[in-house]
Design a protein around this ligand. Structure first.
Ligand code: PAD
Ligand code: ZN
Length: 381
């Protein structure tokens, strides 16, 4: 008879593999780390899969203000290994997603009907610490920082309970990690935040993972024209398959891209999205909108201390400029529903996943990402 030994790790420090960004711009190193047990109102998760998001790349390159050395990754799916005192929303064995923006249900953002940028988030600014201002990771005797209340490039992570969403037990864990960030960020920006209207015109700057999910949202909302802008033309065929009607490569245009969009649409688009994170493309998105009723959504995360400069007199014409994080969803309340919608074939996330690689091929995954070959590459543990 086969005997199964299930090791009870609860309450103990776990030694496992994790990727560490030791210093700005250095290649990630796969190291042996110690992961402490969860403290009160914390959850330790055994990771099953994690996506590589543009924000992780910004973080590793040192474009965002955060503390090194840290464990990157925030787009994660896993199974609860153990829980700290007072945790009531999840239990060991539950399937969960990590949430880069938590939902504490107590702060000014959480209590406001529209707010989702919970005051307990750790992106702007980033401390890299748990809510009690300590870390749960150690490597070679050194304290390692967390990132964005998540740190998913590790076999085990510890996060606050407010940054965990319990999902449907039938969820395919090798895929749903992208519903932790890419899907709500992009699809949600279009359907929930901008509320793209039937028959409208849209422009999406950046056709990577997030931009592709925005295109899906615009298409699902019935937009009649979706202009996609990217400097990498390899992104165009997939973008067209998702619903982009016109592709523009700014490098091949004789005029500024916003001028071309204006000429194509005569009056400017109804909805513009920026999913790159550069001030120039943010301005181009803003200037592509209809002057009076255009709505411009900033989705890309810009590098720390960068500034955005707009023509001041033009502001009064009526356009809306809005920033959006995770599609304006109240994360713990809404993200599990996106998983259920996927299981019920109401949304299809499969076209957003181009690569799946084992965690130890992390470097290959980043090479593919940097070469512009991926939409989303998922690492599997
Ligand atoms: P990605 O690298 O997959 O996509 C970026 C795309 O932009 C690529 O296809 C590039 O070729 C393209 N690009 C780069 N420079 C230019 C340029 N000058 N003009 C036109 N196209 C260009 O990243 P991603 O889709 O994972 O993330 C995109 C941004 O969204 C990034 O800034 C990330 O930090 C941000 C993000 N925001 C949130 C949020 O909640 N606001 C969440 C997740 C990601
Ligand atoms: Zn809150």
């Amino acid at each position: 008879m086969e005997r199964k030994f299930i090791m009870d790790t609860s309450g103990k420090t776990i030694t496992c593999r994790a990727a560490i960004a030791w210093k700005t711009g250095s290649t990630l190193a796969i190291e042996e780390v110690q992961v402490d047990p969860p403290k009160a109102r914390e959850v330790r998760i055994k990771m099953i899969s994690t996506g590589i998001c543009g924000t992780d790349d910004h973080a590793v390159k040192g474009l965002l203000s955060l503390n090194f050395p840290f464990i990157p990754g925030h787009e994660g799916a896993g199974i609860v290994e153990s829980i700290g005192e007072g945790v009531s929303s999840v239990k060991p064995g539950d399937k969960v997603l990590t949430l880069a923006i938590p939902q504490c249900r107590e702060c000014s953002s959480c209590l406001h009907p529209k707010g989702n940028f919970c005051e307990k988030q750790d992106v702007l600014p980033s401390s890299g610490l748990m809510l009690d201002k300590t870390s749960r990771f150690t490597c070679k005797g050194k304290k390692i920082y967390h990132s964005f209340r998540a740190s998913t490039f590790t076999e085990y992570t510890v996060v606050p309970e407010i940054a965990v969403a319990k999902i449907d037990a039938a969820a395919p864990m090798d895929k749903v990690s992208i519903i932790s960030c890419e899907v709500p960020t992009g699809y949600g920006a279009a359907v929930n935040s901008a509320k793209v209207t039937r028959g409208s015109t849209c422009v999406v700057f950046g056709l990577g993972g997030v931009g592709s999910a925005i295109v899906m949202g615009c298409k699902a909302s019935g937009a009649s024209r979706i202009i996609g802008v990217d400097i990498n033309e390899e992104k165009f065929p997939r973008a067209r398959a998702l619903g982009v009607t016109d592709c523009l490569n700014p490098h091949n245009l004789k005029k500024p891209v916003q001028q071309v969009v204006m000429e194509m649409t005569r009056v400017g688009v109804d909805f513009a999205f920026e999913a790159i994170g550069l001030s120039d493309t943010m301005i181009a998105a803003w200037d592509s909108c209809h002057r009076s009723y255009g709505i411009c959504l900033m989705v890309g995360v810009a590098s720390s201390n960068s500034q955005l400069s707009l023509n001041a007199p033009d502001i009064i014409s009526g356009r809306t400029l809005k920033g959006v994080c995770l599609g304006d969803y109240k994360t713990r309340d809404c993200i599990p529903q996106l998983v259920t919608d996927y299981l019920q074939n109401k949304i299809n996330i499969d076209p957003l996943i181009t690569h799946q690689l084992p965690f130890d091929q992390l470097h290959k995954a980043f090479e593919l990402y940097h070469a512009g070959k991926t939409i989303r590459c998922i690492l599997l543990f």
